[in-house]
Each structure stands twice: as structure tokens, then as C-alpha cells.
Design a protein around this ligand. Structure first.
Ligand code: SF4
Length: 281
């Protein structure tokens, strides 16, 4: 069976930066605190915890440890409180997430009500709206019913959203808002992953999407793959793989979410190769 790995799959630049920062801080300080998930991958987090990364629920529990802010952004009020407590902050926020914060603020400064298209409970979305005064979060077209839209609006998008989902929501905004400025803030790594999964799912007999069940962008890749190729499966590790999936398959496409480390992708590729003893691309 031929195995094709999506060219840009796995760690995006933001996640890589946060994990590198965590490792450097652990080298320097021994113990480092983080509030919430640093990245959405249990394998990565468990490794860092074994090195001294400490998950805390409250700022009061940080103590003398440096506090690493996660890649997908942190509530603005929490950052203010951490500053006021004199905590040693290490900012692991992805520069592309900060760019969304800047765009949203810029639109707000133009006197616009901000519409954030994204998952309502996702930390990145909560981080964006925590910096705004007047906003609506919209995950689907039906959510617009609960928003009283103003005539001047501005739209930003959670970095890992699917473009086709956004295109379903925008007409609903444009019919109710006379002056709307849209900034497409889907990040470049997400765009590339979403383009690659289309080709991968179409021209392979089977598809594996490697990602943690808590990773929203991995789940989105899987949804796209499954819609195009019924023999698509999401796996967190080799233990989730059923060799029967590859029966009668001449080709396998592998991709991975933005928080999946390269070594996990490599170990799954090797595992499947050993099941088949075949060539890779
Ligand atoms: S998915 Fe995009 S915005 Fe989010 S951390 Fe990765 S590069 Fe940054």
C-alpha cells in the first residue's frame, strides 16, 4: 500500500512556538505553570507535564512559577490580573492569534459591532471577545437570530474555521448589516491543511487524520475527509487503528491536526508500513 503524508500536516507555527517556549522555560526554571490546555494534544501535554509543566486552575495557585500563556490566546482580564499579582508571564500566544485581536480592535475602533465567527466555547474565541465591548459570537447561521445586528458591523473569524462554513453565515450578516467590513482571519497553516485534505481524501483509498479528540481543527479535518471518502478515520495513536481499514486499499493518505507532533505522525506511518510492508511516498 502506498502511503502519502500531507506536506504541511502536524504542528503549526503557533503550537510549535508554544511547545518550544515551554521546553526552554522548563530548562531554565524547572517548573512552569499553565492555565488551561497549552495545546490540544494529550501526548504533547503529558510529555511536558513529566518535565515539570504544572496545570493550575487559578492564578492564586501559580506561586513562584513562571506562567506560560497558551498558543490560542488568554482572556484579557486574566492577563491584567496576572500582571497585577506581579506574576512572571511568558507569552506563548501565537502571533496570528494576536493579529486577530488587533483586527477586531481596529474594527471596533471604527465604531463597528464585532461578529466573531467561531466555536462559542473555544478558548481562542473567548480570548478575542474578552478584548471587545460589543460583539456577537456566531457558530452557525441560526445563531444570528439571537444577535441584534447594528448597521455597522465588522467580522473576524476563529483561525481554524472552515471557509465553507463561513460562506454559509456571511449572507445572513450582509442582509442585515448595511456597512459590514469582513477580515478573513483563518490562518495560513489552517488554509494549507484544509486545501491538502481535499486532494488527499479524493485520491487515496483510505485516510487517517491523526489528532486528539479535543482538537477542534483535527475534528474539522476529519469531517472534511469523511465527507469525501467514507474510509476516513480519526486516530489519536496506533492503539486506535483497525488493520481491517486497509483491506483492499492500494493507497493511504495521512494528515494531522495543528497540535499533533511529528514523532506521532512518524510512528503511525511506521506502524502502518509494518502492517503492510509496502512503499511510502
Ligand atoms: S492554528 Fe493558526 S492561529 Fe492557531 S496557533 Fe496554529 S498558526 Fe496560530
Amino acid at each position: 500500500m502506498k502511503i502519502e503524508i500531507a506536506e504541511h500536516c502536524g504542528f503549526c507555527s503557533g503550537v510549535k512556538n508554544a511547545v518550544d517556549m515551554a521546553n526552554a522555560a522548563l530548562d531554565a526554571y524547572g517548573r512552569v505553570a499553565v492555565l488551561g490546555d497549552l495545546v490540544h494534544n494529550k501526548v504533547v501535554v503529558d510529555k511536558l507535564k513529566a518535565r515539570g509543566l504544572v496545570y493550575v486552575d487559578r492564578l492564586e495557585d501559580v506561586g513562584e512559577m513562571p506562567l506560560l500563556l497558551r498558543a490560542h490566546g488568554t482572556d484579557a482580564e486574566l492577563v491584567r490580573k496576572a500582571d497585577a499579582l506581579g506574576l512572571h508571564l511568558l507569552d506563548g500566544t501565537c502571533p496570528l492569534v494576536k493579529e486577530i485581536h488587533r483586527h477586531a480592535k481596529e474594527l471596533e475602533n471604527e465604531g463597528r459591532q464585532i461578529i466573531v465567527i467561531g466555536d462559542k466555547d473555544h478558548d481562542e474565541v473567548l480570548g478575542i471577545v474578552s478584548r471587545l465591548r460589543d460583539y456577537c459570537i456566531v457558530s452557525a447561521l441560526s445563531d444570528l437570530r439571537a444577535c441584534t445586528l447594528k448597521s455597522r458591523t465588522g467580522v473576524v473569524v476563529q483561525s481554524t474555521q472552515r471557509l465553507d462554513g463561513i460562506l454559509k453565515i456571511l449572507p445572513g450578516i450582509l442582509t442585515r448589516s448595511r456597512d459590514c467590513r469582513i477580515i478573513n482571519t483563518i490562518c495560513e497553516p489552517t488554509r494549507r491543511n484544509q486545501e491538502e485534505i481535499l486532494a488527499l481524501a479524493k485520491h487515496n483509498d483510505c485516510v487517517l487524520v491523526i489528532g486528539d479528540p479535543h482538537s477542534a481543527n483535527s475534528r474539522r479535518l476529519f469531517t472534511v475527509a469523511r465527507s469525501l471518502n467514507g474510509n476516513s478515520h480519526m486516530v489519536a495513536g496506533v492503539g486506535d487503528i483497525d488493520p481491517d481499514w486497509f483491506r483492499d486499499c492500494a493507497s493511504l493518505g495521512i494528515t494531522a491536526g495543528a497540535s499533533t507532533p511529528g514523532y506521532l505522525i512518524e510512528s503511525i506511518k511506521e506502524y502502518v508500513k509494518n502492517l503492510n510492508g509496502d512503499k511510502t511516498k
